[in-house]
Design a protein around this ligand. Sequence first.
Ligand code: ZN
Length: 394
Amino acid sequence: MDIVVRHGDSLSYYSQLFEIHYQLIIDSNPGIQPERLSIGERIRIPGYESGEYQIKQTDSFWAIAEKINVPLDALLLMNPDINPNRLQAGQMIIVPQRITQRIVQGKQNYDYNVLKRDMRRLQAIYPFIQSAPIGKTVLGNDIPEMTVGNGVKRIHYNGSFHANEWITTAVIMTFLNDYLLSLTNQTPIRGIETLKIYYDTSLSIVPMVNPDGVNLVLNGPPEAWKNRVIELNHGSLDFSGWKANIRGIDLNDQFPAKWEEERARNPIVPGPRDYGGEKPLTEPEAISMAELTRRRDFSRVLAFHTQGEEIYWGFEHLEPPEAETIVREFGRVSGYEPVRIIESYAGYKDWFIQEWRRPGFTIELGSGTNPLPIAQFDKIYQDALGICLAGLYL
Ligand SMILES: [Zn+2]
């Protein structure tokens, strides 16, 4: 929601008027000088949308403010061209509407278009989200990243490395939405005060590493790729078992961390899953993730997958001791089983642990056969929520 600065206004006054934390307003208006607002300047207020209200007989601004529970001055601020002493029945005025409900509906086939639409909506309401593509997929789709907070702990969450594990995108986006609601409304989540998290951390989210693959699983092949992907899929039109990118390369087998050993146990030709490519980091999606990770120097990464209700936290004993402390808490809040050693290599978290010796986790959400039925969403989200929070507060 935008407002226009009047004589004598300040950001701290807006913070009080709308009951939105000062720093969130600052971060929603990059480039402004907080101590020197100019009259007529537009300021974005996060956590609100502007709505309309139709004036009735005998209405006054004061009565409307009482009725819709907003301060009188918020109405004056938002309707600078209306004379409150000359209201006319039928006239429309603008009113601030605090957002208290989720935009993201996780319980649906969460494809790339749904993701993009939800991102646009969230960025409009919460302009303190920073967002930019980290690269493009094989089909030329942007791979988006969103960042929340400017704290020193640089934490990264990603989802849908594997195409048929797209429910992880729905989970991460729902968590992001809950975090944003909690920040603007100052409502704790499971007793956790999130404004402290906002100051302490910067949360980087890549909700869908593999958009081409997700769309293939959910919507079928794009026309130009139809013959090729059906061939890679062994002649089948059922893509529910597809994990790879559109070229049949498994993005979570693409990282230079014992890549040769992973190759030795896997298929040696492209296909729906487990083929790691001709060499590490050949695929644009994997390269984008590697470049992002090098550039940002993350303190900690959580890669969300399905399924198994397990959390993988080790790689070749290179993980730091604090990884064990963190995974214990993840296990406690979710009921999931921490697993240190598995016979699998060349994954994103393996490479992260190997290169940085910092905590990296693969979280296998839910249980059943991939793709997990969306009917399980609520249960999976409740398990994941504790992990998503602990990933930030620990
Ligand atoms: Zn996976």
